[in-house]
Ligand binder design. Structure first.
Ligand code: ZN
Length: 142
């Protein structure tokens, strides 16, 4: 493990500057799949991403241990959520609105740079995205 990189991920987040967010189509497809699958319960995952040329590129999802998901096994150590949690999160609302709750806003502020909520009926039009302050954020599917 590269501890220098880990250290900067945990403590150097303020220098993570980006002007655009790109998300892989596959990630969007997975989110829709897992949100539908979890209904009537919420699904929650963290983003894995990288920043290059001022673009935050989200290319993977991580599931926290204990979440009901086949992918839960991806996270085996306590370290991984710490490393990945700074990028952001996605969760579903098994309801008609993708606006954040008070708890959501508190979580956004703590867990990363970019956050997504998807509500019923779980398609691309049901997705709203936010920055860590709970303000609407734009993204591009690539
Ligand atoms: Zn929520």
């Amino acid at each position: 493990m590269d501890f220098g990189k880990l250290f900067s991920k945990i403590f150097g987040i303020s220098k993570y500057h980006f002007e655009e967010v790109h998300i892989d189509q596959e990630v969007i497809d997975s989110i829709i799949y897992y949100a539908k699958n979890a209904d009537p319960f919420e699904f929650f995952a963290l983003f894995d991403a990288s920043i290059k040329n001022k673009i935050l590129h989200i290319d993977n999802l991580f599931f926290l241990p204990g979440e009901t998901s086949e992918e839960g096994a991806i996270i085996k150590t306590g370290m991984l959520p710490v490393m990945t949690s700074n990028w952001g999160s996605v969760h579903s609302h098994p309801g008609p609105t993708a606006l954040p709750s008070g708890t959501d806003l508190a979580t956004f502020a703590k867990t990363g740079l970019f956050h997504m909520i998807i509500c019923r009926p779980y398609d691309e039009n049901c997705i709203l995205t936010y920055n860590r302050y709970g303000e609407f954020a734009k993204y591009k599917i690539v």
